[in-house]
Design a protein around this ligand. Structure first.
Ligand code: AMP
Length: 139
């Protein structure tokens, strides 16, 4: 974790302005400054963790509770019944701000953005080994 305050910690502390959506003891939410489309919202923990796997159980649980409430409000207010929730970890995964954040991005009938990727067929033998290893490693 970086020693320097992230831009999002500075937003939480009121040093940098934002269009605030939600705040409680653990969670903060505001409009993305460079939205993909209207209603593109960021939801962040107040805990200054860089990556999702570093978050405390308290922050994770509060984020989990806040996300559906904020999604519900966004779709009711924007009229977009479809949306994506995206969360990037690491620069190669597209992360540019190293403070955990979830993007909520509405998808309107006229939206042209897409989040697609190429897939391969799952190899059953490798899948069995990998799923067991990951499962056994969960703390
Ligand atoms: P990511 O690429 O997943 O790290 O996303 C970081 C997001 O933070 C981008 O979509 C930026 O537009 C957004 N962002 C950066 N600075 C600000 C800011 N001051 N206020 C609101 N959103 C911001």
């Amino acid at each position: 974790m970086s020693e320097e305050k992230s831009i999002f910690t500075r937003i939480i502390e009121g040093e940098i302005p934002c269009f605030k959506i939600f705040e409680n003891e653990y969670v903060y939410s505001f409009l993305d400054i460079n939205p993909v489309c209207p209603g593109h919202v960021l939801v962040i923990p107040k805990e200054p963790a860089s990556y999702l796997h570093e978050l405390s159980p308290e922050s994770s649980s509060e984020l989990g509770k806040a996300l559906p409430r904020i999604c519900k409000s966004i779709i009711e207010i924007t009229g977009a019944s479809n949306y994506n929730v995206i969360q990037n970890n690491g620069s190669e995964a597209g992360q540019t701000v190293f403070h955990v954040h979830f993007h909520i991005i509405p998808k309107y009938p006229e939206s042209t953005h897409s989040f697609t990727w190429k897939t391969v067929k799952l190899d059953k033998k490798a899948a069995l080994e990998l799923s067991q290893k990951i499962s056994d490693n969960i703390e």
